[in-house]
Each structure stands twice: as C-alpha cells, then as structure tokens.
Design a protein around this ligand. Sequence first.
Ligand code: SF4
Length: 360
Amino acid sequence: MSTPAPRPLFSLTHDELAALCVELGGRPFHAKVVRGEVLERGVLDYDAMTGLGKPLRRALAERAPILAGTEVARSTASDGTTKLLVDFGGFGETGGRSGAVETVHIPPRERGTTKGATLCVSSQVGCPVRCPFCASGKLGLARNLASHEIVEQYLRGRALGALSRSVVMGIGEPLLNFQAVSAALDVVHDELGLGARKVTVSTVGFPDRLRAIAPTKPRFQLAISLHTPFDEQRDELVPAMKGVPIDDVLAAADAWFEVTGREVTYEYVLLAGVTDTAEHARRLAERLRRRRCTVNLIPFNPVTDSEYARPSAEAVERMHRTLVERGVVATVRWSRGVESDAACGQLRVRAASASSPRSS
Ligand code: SF4
C-alpha cells in the first residue's frame, strides 16, 4: 500500500494531527507537544523535539512537514530589514501552481532595545486590486493563500528574530481571503502569542465586508489604504474600489470604530505630483478632522519602470503639517530597506521577470 501524500503540519486540525500521531505509533497528546514546540518555542525541525520518540519524529517529518514552502530568494538591507520570497507551490490543495509571496522582517529602529521586530505578511499570491503604483498589483491575482501558508510566514519570520508586531500588509487584499487570514490570526494570537493589538490588517476597505466583520470583534487593528481624498482619483489608484464613494468607506470605518471600540488607521501613499499636493492635503484633512483616527503617510518607494516618483521632503512635510494643524493625528512612515527591493511586491516581480522571457 502506498504512503499517503504529505500534508503540511498546520493544514491539519488538532484532531487530524492527533489521529496521525496515533497512526504513526504515538499518542494523541503528542499533537499538542508538536504544536507547542513549533508555535511556542520556534522549533522547526522534528529532530529537535526530543520529547518524541525517534521513529515518530521521522514519520512525522515525512507525513506532516512543518514548513510547506521553499525560500527562493532573500535580500537584507543595511538597516537589517530582511525580505523573504517563499514559494508555496507543489502541494496538492494548491493544484501544484506556483505560489511565491513576500514576507518582510523589520527590526526595531532603536539599537539595543528589547523590542522585537515587525513582520509584514502576505495574504494572497499576487493581488486583484491592481493599484497602478504597486509591483504586486502588476501581476494580478494568482490564488489565495491557505491559512497554514500564512502561519508559515510567521514561523519563518520569527526564525529571523523575535517579533513584537505584525502587519498583514504584504501582497494581497486580506478581506478577499478573509477566512484563511482570520484562521491564521487565531493561531498567531492563541498559540504564537502575538496579541490582538499587536496585529494590524490593512485593506482597501470594502464597506460591506467591514460591516459584516466588525460585529465578530476580530482580534486585530484595522488599517484602510485610502491614498487620495478624491473619488475619481481613487477609482484610478485603487481600481478594485471603482465606483465605491470614499464617503461609504469612511462611514464603514466609523461603524467599525463604534462596534469594536478600536480606532482605524488610514494609509496614504504619497506619489510625487499625484497625491502630495496642497489641495490633497486640505481635502484629506477636511474628510478626517472630526474622526478619531491616525493617518500614516507613506512616501512612495519607487518600483522599477514605475511612472510614479518619490515625493520631495517638502511635499511630505506640507502634507503632514496641514493634517496636524487641522487636528488630524498623522505620522510619516519612510519605508525601510529602500536599497533592497523594499517596495511592496518588488522581490517577487524581480524573481518572476528573471525566470520568464520578456514578451516584447
Ligand atoms: S498596494 Fe496593496 S491592494 Fe494595491 S495592488 Fe498592491 S498589494 Fe494590492
């Protein structure tokens, strides 16, 4: 009789893992031991789980590999920010299709601190939103990530250094793969130990989905990528939201705050001459000044061949000043690791173009 195909450890429910442990000669409680070793202690090799017998360790390594993906690229910037490109293709449930995503480990700015790093994880392979300034959007959506593939990004990230925070802000739109994201964050919260206030999910803000999710009291902070205060321009910059008025997005965010009691953060990418003008600053302040929220201003990080450019320091300062003077809490987030493919999705785009012939 042939051996069943391997299934990644975190694609198994607790009961399935317990049954597998028994089938392989162990006891049901070994399932809890295995999950504890991996999630609480960061052990990524069955051989290091000395609480299990050697035959069980060997059998589990064959039948339930801890890591399902393959690291296909890594780049580290001088500030220590490390980007991993992990390919999850090859397992049955994904149809064997290629599934490379980026995970970014960002150490704290202050040296000698006991604070851990921030981990930025992806939720989909590619992204259906297709923002024209984003490298990931250029490739469109390949597929959703399974929840175990999202959990695996945390395991790989933590292996680079302790984590204090996490943002689901890498490749993909989390609300369009919410079941898997939510299941993964439950594991991250309950077993990996990152609290709800330490995890932020960033979305373009589908109003209906936000209204449906809020009453479930999700265990994360919400960030909405607004990028412009003007409806027509948002239709262009965030194509998947075409026809959805910004007022509707803001109203859904207000409802989120009322239901969950948690303030919303607005992400705003500053594109030189496109979204960083004085008029943008004034209109954005008008829209947000009576709301309890924070605005994260993100100076654009240029992507190869992009038609967009990084804003000047003066434009960034003007936008920040205008918001603050009008009573809006705002911060500027210069992206880290600029010299090492730090723009969203850039590592994946580079790997894809290196492995496929040019079409023109
Ligand atoms: S910026 Fe975010 S939402 Fe837009 S295409 Fe890129 S990954 Fe998707």
